[in-house]
Design a protein around this ligand. Sequence first.
Ligand SMILES: Nc1nc2c(ncn2[C@@H]2O[C@H](COP(=O)(O)OP(=O)(O)OP(=O)(O)O)[C@@H](O)[C@H]2O)c(=O)[nH]1
Ligand SMILES: [Mg+2]
Length: 459
Amino acid sequence: MLDAFSNKLKDIVKSIRKLSIVDIEKVNELLDELTSALIEADVNIDLAIAMVNKVRENALNEKLPPAVSRLDYVIKIIHDELINLLGKKNYPFEPDQNKLNILMFVGVQGSGKTTTIAKSALYWKRRGLNPGIIGADTFRPGAYIQLKQLVESHDIEVFGEEKTKQDSEKIAQKGIKYFKEKTKVNLIFIDTSGRHKEEKGLLKEMERIAKKINSDEIILVIDATMGQNAFSQANAFNATTKIGSIIVSKMDGTARGGGALSAVAATGSKIRYIGTGEKTDDFERFDPERFVERLLGRGDISGILEKVTNAGMFDQSEDIIEAFKKGKINLRIWRSQMESFSKMGSLGKLLSMFPGMGSKLPAGFDQTSKESLKKIIAITNSMTAEELDDLHPSKKLKQSRRERVAKGSGTTTQDVQGLLKNYEMAVNAMKRLRKDRGKGKGMLGGLGGLDGGNFPGME
Ligand SMILES: Nc1nc2c(ncn2[C@@H]2O[C@H](COP(=O)(O)OP(=O)(O)OP(=O)(O)O)[C@@H](O)[C@H]2O)c(=O)[nH]1
Ligand SMILES: [Mg+2]
């Protein structure tokens, strides 16, 4: 699906990662390539340009989260803006197990309604619902048989008539009555005809039928090969029906799928699912985030995303950054960092963001469990402001004072010793980091070269 587009995106990401410094000219060239790739995928030119301009502005000018390189940040922003382009939100549909849910499918001729109904019915059957289908397309010869063939092996009942030219409204009503009274079906799909080439007329008629049969949602099926032309269809649909959502079919068979998705998203419509092939299994929930990760190559970018997200959880107040810069980390600052680390899961996770650092961690140093954080807070709360501000608390706190602090915090003297030891280890590790960087080697050598990782201590 969108293989050519995806390959181009992956190449662009790879090229950005290969740059060793932020070469603005080169990044801009790559962003121009991104614009071309979007336009080739049939994304509307204005949308494509606006999206890439946003990347340019945000990625190159915004203040960086700590320990994140400018180049990684460029990739992260490309990822975010692609998600925005495709609609940002994921709209899951939740049928109510305890009532009868009625979904009516509409769409122009050949858009994929009948196939998509079979796919949806199977999708929900696998999720514990009891689907039934009404073939109310009385225009297309063989529509009823087509439905039956698609779902017969899945034990899903189809209500309808083989004869064409029947009153589709009546069939829909009869079908609902039948499923209600005679079966345990709790999710009804209604297939309709796509005889109107002109979408407005079709939509109006469908809206009228939907009201009569009191459907819960009207679903428009749009063929992805329409590319950005899907915009007008989605717009017309939005104007006609309030309780509507969209499924984009045939994403597998076209290079224009990106155009169709972005065009539909631009109308503010809810894209719920996409069709990815002719078989009943070729169907998936449309989740812009997952979709974009797949396009960019999940393995390649998940590390970068994690890095940026984790970095955002740092305590970044000015005085703390200042203290790190000067290498003056007292107990108070150490404690606040431990709190940030615990939010991130572990200190090891943070330090793994620096190449070469993770493996140097002493055993037991890579975890700030909730328990140990509780102790850290209790012990430091029992200390005086002077002790917390001291840069050498181990020297300052004599044995008798350690015992008092232990007592006051409901911990043991060993706990207090342990805390002081951990604190010292962290401070020493930080000093080593600064020293290595000063020599231009080790883990910060590389990061320091990128104009911007503003990790405290990296000036
Ligand atoms: N490759 C591919 N083909 C699809 C997909 N969805 C539907 N098709 C094919 O598109 C053609 C039309 O699909 P239908 O489901 O019959 O479309 P329809 O909207 O019901 O058509 P009418 O009833 O004539 O209006 C069929 O050959 C399907 O197999 C898809 O996701 N991928
Ligand atoms: Mg059909």
